[in-house]
Every structure is written in C-alpha cells, then in structure tokens.
Design a protein around this ligand. Structure first.
Ligand code: ZN
Length: 274
C-alpha cells in the first residue's frame, strides 16, 4: 500500500507527560507537524484564548478536541451538568477551530448494572447537545471504545452502535475510528463502509501483546498486531480524507522518552507502517 497522503496529526495524549500545551505545540511545529489534537485539560491550564492564539500563530490544523461525552450519571441534575459542560466544550472547540469534538460514551453510574439504561443516557445526552453543536458548526465524533471499557469508561463499544446513534440523531453526529478500539471487530469492514462520510476522525496506534495495562499501554504503530493499512484503506475507500491522528497513551514507555524522539518516531512509522 502506498504511504499516506493525508497529514499526520499528533494527539496531545501521546505526549501527555512531556509537555504543557505550549510545549506540545512548539515541539510539533519544530518537527514539521501541521496538525494536532489537543486535550481539554491542557488547553484549560494554558488558557483558552492563549491556546487559540498559539494554534493560529503556528497555522495548525486541529483534527479533534478530546474529549467530551461521558453522559451517564445517577441523577438528572448530574446528567444536566454533564450536558452543560459538553456545550461549553463545543464553544471552546469552535474558538480553537477544531474539525470535530471526540466523544466517548461514559461509565455505568456507580453501583449500577443497567448498561441498557446507560446507552439511553448517551442517546439522550447527544440529543441534548446536538442543536448547540450544529449552531456552532462543530461536528461531534462518537468514538466507540474497546468493549473492555464498557463498565468503567465508555459504554459505546462498537462502530455499529455508534452508527445506530448517528442514524437515530442525524446531522452533526459522526464517528471517530480508532484502530485500537475496533481492530478486533469481525464486522468492521461493513461498518466502515456504512459510516461513509460520517467518519470524522481516524486514530492510529498499535495493540501490544501482551497488553499490560488496557488504558495506558498502547503501542507505537508497527509494534503490535494491528494491520493499520487495512483500516486506512477502508476508511479512505469510505471517503475519509482527514488527518491520520497518532494517539498513543503509553505510561511505561513513550511517555518516558524525550518528546522530540516520540514525534520523530511517529512521523517515521506514519510513513512506513500506516
Ligand atoms: Zn482515539
């Protein structure tokens, strides 16, 4: 397969431990990176206006903004607070010029076994913020997470489920395809085709065997068992022509290395592996 032509974006989570927002932007720029995906807590620590200025000054493309959603909660008041916070995040994304907001489903409320109820809370939460997102012209990208997170992090676990939500809720809602979360799914080819223009983001890393920590032991592209070109081929066939975003949470390995080395390795693997 030919090397990618779409730009490499660096997700800030890949360099979470090395840099604050300013340091992250400067490291990306000095290594020739033209697109980033910031995390909200890092933007808040920098200051929203200052973050927007840095992005503009360096002419950076912003492939996504991480991350919102997380709708399920025990009480109506808590769910409303989450909806309000997601609306604030949409306003921030509009100011930063983000191409989409990345959303995840959220955990089961504490003590709950009602996964079906949590699914309904996700649909209700999305329906509540979609008018705001449409008005702000910020598309929402629902990212299904690997099923191992269903209880404690994200109760939307397949691309099929995310697309069912898109079908039900309509305009302004799409999906992010992260190879780490969907590589195992035997139905993925059909679901990517079904997604078509609703694919708003494509995230890459690798699945290490063994995986020591399901949250923070992601591999660099090429170091694991995921056939990344297979996924890139299918999202491109479905019409996706956005960034290829490297998102590697790696507490024991890549977070401990110098940031420039991590970025240079991402660039090299993007060219040779993705
Ligand atoms: Zn992702």
């Amino acid at each position: 397969m030919a090397p990618p032509t779409q730009p490499l974006s660096i997700n800030q989570g890949t360099l979470r431990e090395q840099y604050d927002f300013r340091g992250f932007v400067e490291a990306c720029v000095r290594n020739g990176i033209t697109a980033i995906s910031p995390w909200r807590d890092k933007v808040a620590a920098c200051g929203l206006q200052e973050a927007a200025r840095l992005i503009k000054d360096h002419n950076l493309r912003v492939s996504g903004y991480c991350r919102g959603g997380l709708f399920p909660a025990a009480t109506a008041a808590e769910r409303q607070a989450i909806i309000d916070d997601n609306k604030r995040m949409i306003d921030e994304a509009a100011l930063l010029g983000c191409e989409c907001i990345v959303l995840i489903g959220g955990a089961l409320p504490k003590g709950s076994r009602d996964l079906r109820g949590a699914h309904t809370m996700v649909a209700d939460g999305l329906a509540a913020i979609l008018p705001h997102a449409r008005a702000a012209k910020v598309p929402l990208a629902m990212e299904p997470l690997h099923p191992m997170y269903a209880g404690d992090r994200a109760c939307v676990n397949t691309l099929a489920h995310a697309l069912d939500l898109c079908d039900a809720l309509g305009n302004g809602l799409g999906v992010a395809v992260d190879v780490y979360h969907v590589w195992w799914d035997p139905d993925i080819e059909r679901q990517i085709a079904r997604a078509g223009p609703r694919i708003l983001g494509f995230h890459v890393c690798d699945w290490l065997t063994p995986t020591r920590d399901m949250l923070l032991d992601r591999g660099m592209m090429g170091d694991g068992v995921i056939d990344i070109p297979y996924f890139r081929g299918h999202v491109e066939k479905a019409g996706y022509n956005g960034c290829i975003e490297a998102e590697i949470f790696s507490a024991a390995n890549w977070w401990k290395k110098p940031g420039d080395e991590v970025i240079r390795t991402c660039i090299e693997r993007y060219r040779t592996v993705c």
